[in-house]
Ligand binder design. Structure first.
Ligand SMILES: [Zn+2]
Ligand SMILES: [Zn+2]
Length: 349
């Protein structure tokens, strides 16, 4: 099939629209893209020179929902199905995959990094791991579900790995995008939630969507903020070993804040990405008997549960997303880079 996609030829240079022929091979499908979310990671590839695993030129985009329009040999059952494509697609048969470590599968496929991604009319991906989407209620559009592929599923896996359980305290540092969905997931798990962000508008939104305590580190010094969180935790009777902190800002300041909040037995999950370094006393982990854990994407087997939370309205997508035409891609990247967009942008072909 003849498809069109936006190519990055070199960093920081406007993407160009190209046409090419795509045919799914064995166990592959061709998905007609309904929506593709723009992620912080795409901006890192495009502006900061973070190298993609497949050399440029490459089409970015890894938050994709759509419809299978062509299926290769062995994937025929997917033909015509409505799907969400996981941002990280493990191979499912290597030693890492078979031992439950699919997130570090050396043969994983990350659309828009290993292969051409979703800023296109169509994208070719392996059928393995696709998340089938049932018939949707009229209030939820298929294109909106694109954000599940990373912004919603990634904090979900981080929450699962942290062992967060009912009545515990979940603290999210950075609630634009990933963190905003993280707060809602933690709430759905029955946790008490703290949202930290320098953007007061984002905090306002979180107040209406699951955050019990909202804090602006720009309006107060770190010690005072830490005291406020301790006072809140004391009031609800949650010791620091039942605190799960999620760094979802992907900024050096956010990482300092998240690490600085660690207490005895606390679990810290590093979800956001920045190529920048910070200085910290790693021995705090030892002294506090605390845990720090990274998180790369989300295993495809968790996707149906994440989708279910969205369909049950335990995770609300609409106030956190914005639609734009795919043809505005260069302009949209500029706007996002200039921090002129409050919501997660979904590009619609
Ligand atoms: Zn992403
Ligand atoms: Zn594998």
């Amino acid at each position: 099939m003849k498809i069109q996609s936006w190519l990055v030829t070199e960093p920081n240079t406007p993407m160009v629209l190209e046409s090419r022929e795509e045919t799914p091979g064995p166990l592959e499908v061709l998905v007609q893209v309904k929506g593709c979310g723009v992620c912080h990671t795409d901006l890192g590839f495009y502006y900061d020179g973070v190298p993609t695993r497949h050399p440029l030129p490459l089409t970015l985009g890894h938050e994709i929902s759509g419809v299978v329009v062509e299926a290769g040999e062995g994937a025929e059952d997917w033909d015509g199905k409505t799907v969400i494509i996981p941002a990280v697609i493990p191979c499912g048969k290597c030693e890492a995959c078979l031992s439950g470590h699919g997130s570090v599968c050396p043969d994983q496929i990350f659309p828009g990094n290993d292969v051409h991604g979703g800023f296109a009319t169509h994208v070719k991906v392996p059928a393995l791991g696709l998340c089938p989407v049932p018939e949707l209620p009229s209030a939820i559009a298929l294109e909106d579900l694109a954000v599940i592929a990373d912004a919603v599923s990634t904090p979900y896996q981080a929450v699962i790995r942290s062992g967060l359980s009912e009545g515990e305290l979940a603290i999210f540092v950075g609630v634009g995008g990933v963190g905003g969905f993280g707060v809602q997931i933690a709430k759905a798990f029955g946790a008490h939630t703290v949202a930290i962000d320098v953007d007061t508008q984002k905090l306002e939104l979180m107040k209406a969507h699951g955050a019990d305590l909202c804090l602006d580190p720009g309006a107060t010094d770190f010690r005072t903020m830490k005291k406020e969180i301790r006072a809140f935790a004391k009031e609800i009777g949650i010791p620091t070993w039942r605190w799960k902190i999620f760094e979802t800002s992907g900024t050096p300041q956010g990482q300092q804040t998240a690490f600085g909040l660690i207490g005895h037995g606390t679990h810290l999950s590093v979800v956001g990405f920045t190529p920048k370094k910070i200085e910290l006393r790693l021995s705090n982990l030892m002294a506090f008997d605390a845990t720090a854990q990274g998180n790369w994407g989300c295993l495809p087997n968790y996707y149906p549960a994440v989708l279910d939370l969205c369909l049950q309205n335990k995770i609300t997508l609409a106030p956190f997303i914005e639609h734009r035409p795919l043809s505005s891609i260069n302009e949209t990247f500029e706007d996002l880079h200039a921090h002129q967009v409050e919501r997660r942008v979904i590009l619609i072909p």
